[in-house]
Design a protein around this ligand. Structure first.
Ligand code: TTP
Ligand code: MG
Length: 363
């Protein structure tokens, strides 16, 4: 049976809450993040209003660069307490609409309306009602995608932001997808798109035109999953509770084995950054930090440190990694691969990242 899945995603969430509370900022470029200090500030943009996005600003951009592009913007430090309250109110509204509900991070959720709606048009009525209720009760806007699978609903919710509703009906979604760039697919980012572009896969239609076995030949397991997403074969259920993740890890193999200490450290730094984008987005705290190191000849070691309490602290992780690395720094062999794993995880909406703490006004 065809399913009816909704993906709901708040529009420029942190900025929307600030604009709600300061109506004089309406229709202005509002940027939430570090203090720009007239272009000399450190740190990044957390999010920004759609007016600011017209100047090329986006989440994760260095605040100094944002200031260069938009010096007349309204720059605000984040107020997490306010955003957590708004998020909780939004989730209470969304939960009412479906038995199967799954919150993702602080501003997204999936709902399964298969049992409560007869068809997609009825689901759209529900989506409109959700938008009205959130706008009236919480004072911010939300975009909603409606599709037969979770991944298609996620692509759909991003198609008409802000305050949009996008339907991918089962008989229409391939036609709607075919001209879109592949970076619309969750899991293909600005960096990984290069691998696909090189093989001539640029538009989603290029994937729809080839067989699953060709995709596996070209891109392995990742290719298989991407093929399934765009063809509507994502059977993942909308669950009330998130499946517990046991750990988060990332590793990188060097193009050429190296014993250059700076090379190794800078690679570990990159891995740490990457892991923390996931960690922050999903509000994850951890107690155990592990370092993995593989030398030429494949001899592999892991070393771990478990802390007395959960943290979400990028700088502390790097310190621990350095501590764990010290044991290996006198090894004469060259290094082939390094990796970081965070485990003993806990989902916690109140965790703060130190780099955020460093600019946020938290009591
Ligand atoms: P997103 O949903 O990724 O972004 P958004 O809601 O601001 O914008 P959009 O309209 O495109 O959905 O993230 C939700 C909130 O999480 C965002 O308002 C701020 C925070 N956030 C960060 O602090 N850092 C980040 O790098 C990202 C991506 C989000
Ligand atoms: Mg959002």
């Amino acid at each position: 049976m065809t399913r009816i899945i909704l993906h709901c995603d708040l529009d420029c969430f942190f900025a929307a809450v600030e604009i709600r509370d300061n109506p004089q900022y309406k229709n202005k470029p509002v940027i939430i993040g570090a203090d720009p200090k007239e272009g000399k500030g450190r740190g990044v943009v957390s999010t920004c209003s759609y007016e600011a996005r017209k100047f090329g600003l986006h989440s994760g951009m260095p605040i100094s660069q944002a200031y260069l592009r938009c010096p007349h913007g309204i720059y605000l430090r984040p107020n997490f307490k306010k955003y957590t309250e708004a998020s909780q109110l939004v989730m209470q509204v969304l939960k009412k609409y479906a038995k199967e509900f799954q919150q993702m991070g602080n501003d997204e959720a999936y709902l399964d309306l298969t049992d409560s709606c007869l068809n997609y048009d009825e689901a759209k009525e529900n989506a409109l009602q959700i938008q009205r209720e959130i706008s009236e009760n919480i004072g911010i806007t939300i975009s909603i995608g409606i599709a037969p699978t979770k991944s298609l609903a996620k692509i759909a919710s991003d198609c008409n932001k802000p305050n949009g509703i996008t339907l991918f009906k089962p008989e229409e979604f391939k036609d709607l997808l075919k001209d879109m760039d592949i970076t619309r697919i969750p899991g293909i980012g600005k960096k990984s798109k290069g691998y696909f572009y090189k093989k001539g896969i640029k538009k989603i239609g290029d994937i729809l035109d080839i067989s699953i076995s060709k995709m596996i030949n070209l891109f392995g397991e990742h290719g298989k999953w991407i093929w399934k997403i765009v063809n509507g074969f994502d059977n993942r259920k909308v669950k009330e509770f998130q499946e517990e993740r046991k750990s988060i890890s990332k590793e990188r193999t060097f193009f050429e084995n190296t014993d250059d200490f700076h090379d190794i450290l800078s690679r570990l730094g990159e891995i740490n950054e990457k892991i923390h984008t996931t960690v922050i987005k999903h509000h994850i705290a951890y107690r155990t930090v592990s370092l993995k190191i593989r030398f030429e000849g494949y001899l592999t070691y892991t070393r771990a440190k478990t802390l007395p309490f959960h943290i979400q602290d990028k700088n502390r992780v790097m310190e621990i990694i350095l501590e764990l690395f010290r044991e290996f720094s006198r090894k004469l062999k060259k290094v082939r691969l390094v990796g970081i794993r965070l485990s003993n995880l806990e989902r916690n909406y109140k965790v703060r990242q130190t780099s955020l703490l460093s600019f946020a006004c938290i009591p």
